[in-house]
Structures are given as C-alpha cells and as structure tokens.
Design a protein around this ligand. Structure first.
Ligand code: NAI
Ligand SMILES: O=C(O)C(=O)[C@H](O)COP(=O)(O)O
Length: 387
C-alpha cells in the first residue's frame, strides 16, 4: 500500500510505515499527480482535498486528516468515489486551551489587569470551547457560552444547556471573546464572517477578541479597520483569512499574532497521527499496535516546586511559561515575515515549530505557604500536589 503523508505529520514513518510504503510531501505540494499511485492519503489542514486533487487518484481508498477541522475536505466528493474518510476530533483541543490561557495571561501582564476580574465569552462550545469553559470555570473565572447548534440540539435531545446566551448578549456582556467555531458556510448556523463588520463595531472598548477557530469566521478587513481606527480593542489571532498569505497589516495590529499554531503541541499532533493510523489500520484490516505512549517522549520540563511568595497571577504565568510561552510564536511570525515575506514566513514558522508540550505534562509541587494556589493551577490543567 502506498501512503502519501504530509511532511508535517510527526511519527509518520513509525506509524504509517508499519502499514505500507510512506511517501512524504509538503502539504501544499500534494497535487493530483502525487496521488496517481496512492492507495491512502494522510493530510493536515493545508491540503485541499477536492475534485481537482482527486481527479487522477484512481487507486485511492482512504483519506485521513490528522486535524480537528475538516473544512479543507470535500467529504461529498470522497463519498461519491467510495473513498473512506477519517478525521481526529478533539486531538489538539487541550493545546488550543493552553494557547488561550497563555495569551490571556500575557495580555493581563502587559495591560495591567487581572484575569480573575474578567468575564470570558466562549463562542463554539465543542471539544475546544467546552474544555476551555471547564478549565476557566475551575480557575474561578466567570464565563458565558454561545453555541446555537448545541442549544437547538437541546430542544430536540434534552441536552440541558442553562447559561448559554446568544452572540449579541455575549458580545455585550463579556470582556474577552474567544472564538472556537469551525468554518461552516451553509445551513442554519453558518460561521463565515460570524464576526462581521456590525459585530466588530459592537465590541466594547477595552475588550479582547481571540480567534483560534478558523480565520474566515472573522471579517479581517473590518477588524483591521477597528484596530487601526479606534485602537480600543485587543486582538489575539492564530487563524487568518487567506493563510499563509495573510494580511500583514492586520498581523501588525494584533497584540498577539501567531501562524495557526494554537493546536501545535507535540501531544496534540501525535494524537492526530495516532487516530488516523488506527483508522487506516482498521480500514485495511491490519492491527494497530502503536499507542500514544510509544510515540511521545518524556517532557523536557517535568516538575516545578513553588514555595510561598507568589501572587496567583505570577504563579500562573510562571507555570504556563515553563511549558509554553505564546510570545515566542508571536515573535517568530514577525521575524520570519520580515525575513522571507509573510506567506513563506508563515509556513516556515509552522514547518520548523519548536517542541511544545501540554500543561498536563508538568507536575507542580506546592510547598507550605503556596498551597492556596492549588485550585487555580490544577484548574488551569497542571498536575498539582501539595507537600
Ligand atoms: N487554531 C488551531 O490551531 C485549531 C483550530 N481548530 C478549529 O477549532 C474548531 C473547533 O474545534 P472543536 O471544538 O474541536 O470542534 P467541535 O466540532 O467539537 O465543536 C465546535 C462547536 O462549534 C459550535 N458551532 C457551530 N456553529 C456555530 C455557530 N454559528 N455559533 C456558535 N457555535 C457554533 C458547534 O455546535 C460545536 O459545539 C475546529 O473546527 C477548527 O476549525 C481546531 C484545532 C486547532
Ligand atoms: O486541528 C485543526 O483543526 C487545526 O487547525 C490544526 O491544528 C492545524 O494544523 P495544520 O493543519 O495547519 O498543521
């Protein structure tokens, strides 16, 4: 079996090599010619899997994307050709939540506010937004949630979603708005330009808008105008319209601008690889013997000991940055964009992404006098013990 795999899929040779011959190609270079002899295709989100790509793929029987999002895949076209499809729901959701916490802690430090005093609105409360809601609530932070499709499902399935509000209310009542919606262009709850010019104009002065869903969920031009004109809101943007050739003017105006890497923990990427490896193995009737534990190395920082003397904000920042410092990704996007131009720089940051683990890989020991920090730090997602 010949398996074409995006070069940015970690552990591909170990996993897919156990099932067949692996051909690795940069995701943006996988084209119809590359699939002529392929039996299986494993992508991430940058390869558009559509009629044009499939045109010469007569042997193709399986497509897997090692990502949560599936908006790059024409599932109808695959079904018509009898090609099986698998994605990796939730694989990097914890990493995206780590990114959100790191970004908010960084802004709080820069702008001189306390996260505990802010109300956070979460739009799209699925695997990512749901985990963010859980972690923020456990940290004692006031949250509102907006997810009309889930609310509609409640009516029919009795899911019970007290406390969910509509988008207008969330925008009016929250200081921080976190967008975690998929890109949906059709149906009764589309998300294309969910934050359009009118909603961007309605953002209250001082509010923070964070988008780690899909770039097209926000009208980038309207946001750029608001940031450039009034300069009274703060944007954290991980996803963009027209990636990788994103609007560099908007990137300059965003307080934190990163190249679609919110989900780029090694753990999240390996979970994605492993899910698709298992799906392909099942599809071809081979055993999938490799587990996540076989693939993930030990974390580079395993343990932190805190004694008395930290205020909660400082302790949180210190622990977050021991695992992942979002400022590194912001700086590297700007640096590479200056060096190589935006489109090349954007992809270069992603291709050479440094090792990043998830908060749950860090053990924190709280000594006497620091034990009050336990709810905040365990709520944030660290493994906390008191001694
Ligand atoms: N920046 C990054 O690196 C990453 C971005 N993502 C993006 O985040 C998206 C969400 O991921 P998950 O939470 O795992 O997906 P999910 O499918 O578990 O949840 C998405 C939620 O959004 C809700 N939703 C759909 N339309 C909506 C609307 N019009 N208004 C409000 N809510 C709406 C759905 O009902 C669902 O509950 C992915 O589809 C992907 O596009 C995912 C992983 C990494
Ligand atoms: O899982 C998703 O959905 C994502 O957005 C991925 O984290 C994006 O990763 P790449 O496909 O851009 O490598």
């Amino acid at each position: 079996m010949r398996i074409v795999v995006d070069a940015n899929v970690p552990a591909a040779d170990t996993c897919f090599g156990a099932l067949g011959e692996v051909v690795r190609l940069p995701g943006r270079e996988i084209d119809a010619a590359a699939l002529q002899e392929a039996d299986a295709l494993v992508v991430r989100s940058i390869t558009r899997v559509d009629e044009a790509l499939l045109a010469r793929a007569a042997r193709l029987r399986f497509v897997g994307t090692c990502t949560i999002g599936t908006d790059h895949v024409d599932e109808g076209a695959l079904a018509e050709r009898g090609v099986a499809f698998a994605s990796a729901p939730g694989c990097n959701a914890e990493a995206v939540v780590d990114y959100v916490l790191g970004s908010l802690a960084t802004l709080a430090e820069r702008q001189g506010w306390r996260l505990a005093e802010r109300r956070v609105g979460i739009v799209g409360v699925g695997n990512v937004g749901g985990r963010l809601l859980e972690r923020l609530t456990a940290m004692g932070i006031d949250c509102l949630a907006c997810d009309p499709p889930r609310v509609a499902a409640e009516v029919t399935e009795g899911e019970g979603l007290a406390g969910f509000v509509d988008l207008g209310t969330l925008i009016d009542e929250c200081d921080v708005i976190c967008l975690h919606t998929p890109l949906v262009t059709e149906g009764s709850h589309p998300t294309w330009h969910l934050l359009d010019a009118q909603r961007i104009a309605a953002l209250a002065p001082g509010c923070v808008l964070l988008n780690a869903g899909r770039g097209d969920c926000v009208d980038g031009q309207a946001l750029r105008q608001r940031l450039a004109g009034q300069g009274d809101v703060t944007a954290v943007l991980d996803v963009w319209e027209h990636e990788p050739a994103i609007d560099s003017g908007l990137a300059d105006l965003a307080a934190i601008a990163t190249p679609h890497v919110a989900g780029y923990s090694l753990d999240g990427k390996l979970r994605g690889t492993q899910r698709i490896y298992r799906a392909l193995a099942r599809h071809v009737g081979l055993p999938a013997r490799l587990t996540l534990a076989d693939l993930a190395p030990p974390p580079p920082v395993r343990r932190l000991v805190l004694d008395a003397g930290f205020c909660p904000e400082e302790a949180l920042r210190l622990c977050l940055r021991a695992v992942y410092d979002v400022r590194r990704d912001h700086d590297s996007l700007h640096r590479e964009a200056r060096r190589q131009g935006m489109a090349k720089g954007f992809d270069a940051c992603r291709a050479a992404y440094p090792l990043r683990r998830e908060l749950a890989t860090l053990d924190i020991e709280l000594r006497e006098g620091a034990q009050d920090l336990a709810p905040l730090l365990s709520g944030a997602g660290f493994r906390v013990a008191t001694t």
